[in-house]
Each structure stands twice: as C-alpha cells, then as structure tokens.
Design a protein around this ligand. Structure first.
Ligand code: HEM
Length: 183
C-alpha cells in the first residue's frame, strides 16, 4: 500500500540538520537541532515535537495545471538535493469558511500559486501533507516539504518572497520555516 501518513520529528536526532528556524507568524515551534522524516507513527518518543500529515488528492489544480506539474516535477530523495525546507502552515477560520470555488479563486486566479511554483520546477521537489482531517488537535493545517540542491537556496528564498506577497498569504495565521541540510 502506498504510504500516505508522514511525520516530521524534531529533536536531537535525525537525518536532517537544522540550519535555521524562523517563525513568520503565530506561535513559534520550539528550536531543535535535527529533524527526521518518519512514516506512519514511527517517531522516536524522545522527539521534542512531532508534526503529522497525510498526502491527499489535489483540491484545486485544473487539468492543464496538473499536466504541467506532472511534466516538470521530480521526486524526493535525489542525491544532489541535500537541502530541504519544512514549512508548517495554518490558515485562519475565514479561509476555511469559504466555499471551494472561492478558495481556488484566491489561490490560483488572484495569487497564481501554481503558476509561480511551476517556475521553480524541476529544481525544487515537493510534497504537501494535509493535517486537518487527522483530528481536532493538529497544530497546523499543512506540512509543506521541499528538497533542492544547495546552489538553489537563493532561488528558493525568492519563491518564498513571491508566495508570501500574495493574497493567499493574508489567510495564513501560523507559519514556521525550518531550513535543513542532509547529513
Ligand atoms: C516549489 C514550487 C511549488 C509548486 C509547484 C506548488 C504547487 C502547489 C499546488 C499545485 C498546490 C495545490 C494542490 C491542490 O490542488 O490541492 C499547492 C498547495 C499548497 N502549497 Fe504549494 N507549490 C510550491 C511551493 C510552495 C511553497 C514554497 C509553499 C510554502 C511556503 C507552498 C505551500 C502550499 C500550501 C500551504 C498549499 C495548500 C493550500 C491549500 O490547500 O489551502 N507551496 N502548491
């Protein structure tokens, strides 16, 4: 069966060394030295925090966007992609009160999320995890995960600036950026 439930455990151990942690809005995550990506619920009990999310079907992409994404995107764990970013995000109640078509309009017609993101493929590989449907106590709505080669880190910063300047980000009420390197 395809694995869909993933955890990110922050603590003293893990494959990924923390380069920096930055809280953009909302309650910060406690600082940790390393992060491990785990499958299912297999986190070490010693972890300082464990964030869990599940991959899911897409909600908003059109056929045309999906075709472009499939053509350009690469998988995780490429040998050269030794840098990563874990960016947990929560959106506010106003966002979740909107119907699907209005959320799509904000994300795509007004904020051009996919169009902006496509400019950074295939250098950035990504995986989106949803948290809301796991239960009522998840601290974030999404765990976003990105992998890229070190020389692409500056371009990745530009991507973050572009997305955070959009209307979509007015609905973000908690966001922490954890930058990592493997080893
Ligand atoms: C690397 C380039 C990127 C591409 C190609 C991309 C593409 C996408 C696409 C296609 C979706 C919609 C999936 C659906 O239809 O449900 C999405 C959702 C999302 N992306 Fe990105 N993205 C990129 C970068 C980012 C970055 C850097 C962040 C965080 C700073 C981010 C945060 C999110 C979040 C939170 C969602 C879920 C939004 C929601 O459902 O309300 N993305 N992304």
């Amino acid at each position: 069966m395809t694995q869909r439930l993933f955890g990110f455990a922050g603590g003293e151990e893990g494959t990924w060394e923390v380069i920096s942690m930055k809280s953009l809005i909302g309650i910060p995550l406690p600082s940790v030295r390393r992060v491990e990506m785990v499958t299912g619920d297999n986190a070490s009990p010693d972890a300082t925090w464990l964030l869990r999310g599940i991959t899911s079907n897409e909600r908003y992409v059109t056929r045309d966007e999906k075709t472009q994404l499939l053509a350009a995107q690469r998988g995780l764990a490429r040998p050269e992609a030794t840098h990563a970013a874990l960016i947990p995000i929560r959106k506010n109640p106003a966002w979740w009160a909107l119907p699907q078509d209005e959320r799509r309009a904000i994300m795509e017609e007004r904020s051009h999320h996919t169009r902006i993101g496509l400019n950074y493929l295939p250098a950035v590989a990504r995986r989106l995890h949803h948290c809301r449907d796991l239960g009522p106590n998840e601290p974030f709505d999404f765990l976003t995960w990105f992998e890229f080669a070190p020389e692409y880190a500056v371009a990745f910063d530009r991507l973050l600036d572009e997305l955070r300047a959009t209307d979509e980000w007015h609905f973000v009420d908690r966001e922490t950026e954890v930058r990592l390197r493997r080893g």
